[in-house]
Design a protein around this ligand. Structure first.
Ligand code: AG3
Length: 293
């Protein structure tokens, strides 16, 4: 990934140009962060992996130059992707996470007492290794005895699963290149088959500001397979537009995913998720409702 200098930013200290990186959100818009140092940079068989230390957001994981997670705001995305489906399920015991090699969703899923097993299926082992080393606060849960980390293609893995999981979480990169199969109807059908009766499927589904077309497409495909699917929102400051969407899809259309969520154990403190936020996240401003149609 190329690190550039943003000429419109003050350089600090004077005379020593600072290094910045920009994730472009649209042809004329981006999010720029000041990089203090690069901790890891490598090309895997799948993508370019970069781990930088930034001034304002702590350590940041970039895949092909796209921000995946930052130490400062990762709690929003990981709590919301994990706890909304996990709390909507009466007794989640067996959980599958596809992607999410940083371990953030695993960490959150493990906070539910009923969980017996979490299977993480990540295609790129180098992402897991990099995060274990440089993002221990996020990846720490990967060493829990209830967790099995499998390095393989999530699409192939799910093909062999029949009524195996209570909750499936898909924590993928943007739906381009290798993540694109994870947003196809054929994948959603396989995921539905892999859910136990009463099971729930959840996935990140892009943001409404810059990714509205993708959000609409993913949501429509999910609804074709899961008629009870609903979309919820969260504020992720470092993702394009600052607002992100997630799809929550029950295997049975009769399950109301918004109904009074089960509580987390009282000593499990969350920083974004709460039962009130759970309910409110399914309320959409009209411009989002228009995108979803
Ligand atoms: N998964 C990627 C979310 C999409 C971010 N998109 C973007 N910045 N354009 C996050 C992985 C965190 N476990």
């Amino acid at each position: 990934m190329e690190l550039t200098r943003a000429p419109f930013m003050p350089e600090n200290p004077p005379g020593k140009p600072a290094t910045w990186f920009t994730e472009y959100h649209g042809p004329g818009t981006g999010l720029t962060m000041k990089v203090l140092r690069t901790l890891y940079s490598a090309k895997s068989a799948f993508q370019e992996i970069t781990l930088v230390e930034t001034e304002d957001f702590g350590r940041v994981l970039l895949l092909d130059g796209i921000i995946q997670t930052t130490e400062r705001d990762e709690f929003v995305y990981h709590e919301m992707l994990a706890h909304v489906p996990m709390c909507a399920h009466p007794e989640p015991g067996n959980v599958l996470i596809v992607g999410g090699g940083d371990g953030g969703c695993v960490r959150e899923a493990l906070r539910h007492e009923t969980v017996e097993k979490v299977t993480l299926v990540e295609i790129d082992e180098m992402v897991v290794d990099c995060c274990r080393e440089f993002l221990p606060g996020i990846a720490g849960g990967l060493d829990d005895p209830r967790v099995e980390v499998r390095v393989e293609d999530g699409v192939k893995f799910i093909e062999g699963c029949e009524e195996a999981f209570d909750v499936i979480l898909v924590d993928s990169t943007d739906p381009v290149a290798m993540a694109s199969p994870l947003t196809q109807v054929s994948f959603f059908r396989k995921a539905k088959r892999a859910l136990k009766p009463g099971g729930l499927y959840a996935a990140q589904s892009q943001g409404p500001v810059f990714e509205g077309h993708r959000m609409r497409r993913i949501t429509r495909r999910i609804r074709r397979v899961f008629p009870g699917a609903a979309t919820y929102l969260a504020n992720v400051p470092t993702y394009p537009g600052g607002i992100w969407s997630f799809a929550l899809a029950p295997k049975s259309r009769r399950t109301d995913v918004r109904a009074k969520p089960r509580a987390l154990p009282p000593d499990e403190k969350t920083h974004y998720y709460s039962p009130e936020v759970h309910a409110a996240a399914f309320t959409h401003p009209p411009y989002v409702a228009e995108i979803l149609g």
